[in-house]
Ligand binder design. Structure first.
Ligand code: PHE
Length: 352
């Protein structure tokens, strides 16, 4: 069944590269979601990614309380393609503008705030341009702040560390975290945790990220061993699909809370984690801080403190998800989906 509202695939007029824009839902307002530029063996894989990621954006924006639906752009670079970057970004701008404002874009994996300036030459629906260019800047600090709020809400539900002193119980000191992926969000989360006294294992596919481990006094590990490290919380902060059925029996964490989009390789993993007693925070709840920062700053024109409070509220939203899951014997994934459905239905009835 086709459960999206729109799916557009165009070959960029300048670059010739396939540009996919999926609009999952506009029930709560303009569909929003970032622009991913990534290599795909087949452009159809990019279409699949866009379909999956755009429906997660509907869930993300709804649970974050934004009056926005979900969409996503995926630029499906063929293997080895090296198109002119500026031409490619102008093509993305045209693809967004062609939708007449039903969809707005922003940065994602493979795109930055500076890229939004170029996309913005062709459309007014580009978020997160640098502050100097009139935008709200990088979405990464907002995303990282939201991850911290989600981590705190999760750690609050874990049993006290055995034999902890009062200071070890204060959050997040006395707890251990494995941050897998040290891109701009992962590195920011690791920094915030380290400076608050947490013990860290960190990893990245790029070996040069090891310098950050030294800087933070963190233990450096390969991505494979970091995923199965014995820690309180695993923090997936790289690409999606890391939580596979095969990985679940190997895990030695008590909870999984991270900003990577679409962490579950398949839907059954939510149940497998639940059966092992590992608390999984739905990724779209955890990672909403970036888009919340962009929308509250650029559309709602809220002052910084109000924006920060909205990002902090991610912790309360996640607590509601956990509480509903416990009360109804659901996985957190199923509980979050139920809340999303409620929000979408209420919005349609116009009672919200
Ligand atoms: N790409 C980010 C996300 O997945 C952030 C973002 C998207 C920010 C769209 C603004 C607009 O949430």
């Amino acid at each position: 069944m086709f459960t999206h509202e729109e799916l557009h695939v165009t070959a960029g007029r300048r670059s010739g590269v396939p540009i996919v824009v999926a609009i999952h839902s506009t029930a709560r307002g303009q569909a929003l979601g970032g622009c991913r530029i990534w290599n795909y063996a087949d452009w159809r894989d990019g279409v699949e990614d866009a379909l999956r990621l755009s429906s997660s954006m509907t869930a993300k924006n709804a649970l974050a309380g934004l009056a926005n639906g979900g969409g996503k752009t995926v630029v499906a670079l063929p293997p080895g393609a090296r198109p002119d970057r500026r031409e490619l970004l102008l093509d993305v701008g045209d693809a967004v503008e062609a939708l007449g404002g039903r969809y707005g874009t922003g940065p994602d994996v493979g795109t930055s705030s500076d890229d939004m300036v170029v996309i913005g030459e062709r459309t007014s629906h580009a978020f997160c341009r640098p502050v100097s260019a009139g935008g709200s800047g990088s979405s990464s600090p907002g995303t990282a702040a939201g991850v911290l709020a989600a981590l705190r809400a999760t750690v609050d539900r874990l049993p006290d560390p055995g034999g902890a002193t009062a200071s070890a119980r204060s959050w997040p000191a006395g707890r251990t975290f494995a941050v897998v992926g040290l891109g701009s969000v992962g590195a920011d989360v690791a920094r915030r945790l380290a400076s608050a006294g947490a013990r860290l294992v960190v990893s990245d596919v790029r070996a040069d990220a090891e310098a950050l481990a030294d800087e933070l006094g963190a233990r450096w590990a390969s991505p494979e061993s970091a995923l199965t490290a014995e820690v309180d919380v695993l923090v997936p902060a790289a690409l999606g699909g890391v939580l596979t059925p095969a990985l679940v029996p190997e895990l030695r964490c008590r909870a999984i809370v991270g900003p990577a989009n679409n962490q579950l390789a398949s839907a059954d993993v939510a149940g497998l984690l639940h059966d092992r007693g590992i608390l999984w925070a739905p990724d779209y709840v955890v990672s909403a801080g970036g888009i919340v920062h962009a929308v509250a700053t650029e559309l709602y024109r809220e002052p910084e403190a109000a924006v920060a409070a909205r990002i902090d509220a991610i912790g309360e939203t996640l607590t509601r998800v956990y509480q509903l899951a416990e009360a109804e014997g659901l996985t957190p994934a199923a509980a979050a989906e139920r809340l999303v459905t409620e929000r979408l239905v209420t919005e349609r009835l116009g009672t919200n």
